[in-house]
Design a protein around this ligand. Sequence first.
Ligand code: GDD
Ligand code: MN
Length: 398
Amino acid sequence: MPRNPIHPMSTAPHNDPSADAEAAPLRFADHDTRRVSLIIPTFREADALPHLIDRLRAFHADSGYELQALIMDDPSGDGSDTIVADTGLPWLNYVGRTGPRGLSAAVVDGLARAEHPYVVVMDADLSHPPESIPALLDALDNGHDFVFGSRYVKGGSTDDDWGLGRWLNSRIATILARPLTHLKDPMAGFFAFRKSLLDQADHLNPIGYKIGLELLVKGHCTRPGEVPIHFTDRVHGESKLSFKEQLKYIQHLRRLYIFKFGTWTHLIQFLAVGTLGLGVNLAALTVLLVLGVPEIPAIAGGIAVSVVSNFLLNRRFTFSYARESSWLRQFLGFCGACALGAGVQFAVAAYLVHTYPDFIPQLAATIGVVAGTAFNFIANRYLVFKKQHVRLNDVPEA
Ligand code: GDD
Ligand code: MN
């Protein structure tokens, strides 16, 4: 099994000019004893656990940390519980979860049990080197409020056998999270923060895998950092990151966007649906023409189809918080708002060309479109799809 000796490069906090990467000494034992709760989500890791425990035992001895390691198992039914119990280590606890299985849920449960001021989350499969924990904590002490063990900052790395597929996957996931954070590896499951962060974290409601991203965003972290780590491919057992879990990431991202950007997220979705509507309109028009429908009714048909599809998409996604209300009333309201929006569009453009004879008609029409769309959005957001009490924390069950 590849080991990760503590290389100076892999322990220097990133973004920290005061840290002299070359000269950084091994960090063990040059601090007051640190008290660390280590949360390790675990599912069917009986093959990896003995190796993990060996590494943790060595780390515990070398670091001198006061450690509370929580093996948050989902129960795997593979003897993981006995493996942990047989060690007899007082600082190593097995927690057999009940309730819905899930990596993020396991971490959230672990947070409730964490007793120490520093919290570190890491995988059980030894992809994350425990020896890098001091570097993560140093970065916290140097002013960061949330620190990821990162594969993508200078000095970080992954094993060579990462296929293109996995690499691309990880990169695309990171790019999608860009509006939420500029970190290079916010997808990592290896991160540290002070437990006190939880006092300022809004209602945690993660789905899927990205509990680190959830804590970063909902914890209102302002000074996140990354320290380089070497990410080792798992040697024992199998990955649990299924395609289904990856789809949940999109859902999770949407929730985080809504949390962070509120109404702006609704506007962006509304505009995206509108743009898609143009495509739907043209596609329906083409189909009707191919079916032999005359042009005028075909144009009307294209509009009707796109109005219905826009309504359905806006109800399902853009304004999903209002999905419980009557769809019929919402549909009529939506059509009314669209019709009035078209009226506003016309009125604004007509007013401009009428009042200022030199006004370029195309520019007037464009301003009309913007005004009509703004009207349309505001009417839908605050009247048609209104919610009694819209609070930022009311993140919809998407
Ligand atoms: N309790 C519990 N319940 N633990 C789980 C579950 C679950 O449903 N699913 C996975 N785990 C545990 C695994 O046992 C492992 O310790 C850890 O969570 C990560 O799962 P892996 O199956 O090893 O996932 P991965 O290696 O594909 O994903 C890792 O890398 C990703 C970035 O490439 C994780 O660190 C992800 O968080 C990270 O995004
Ligand atoms: Mn893994």
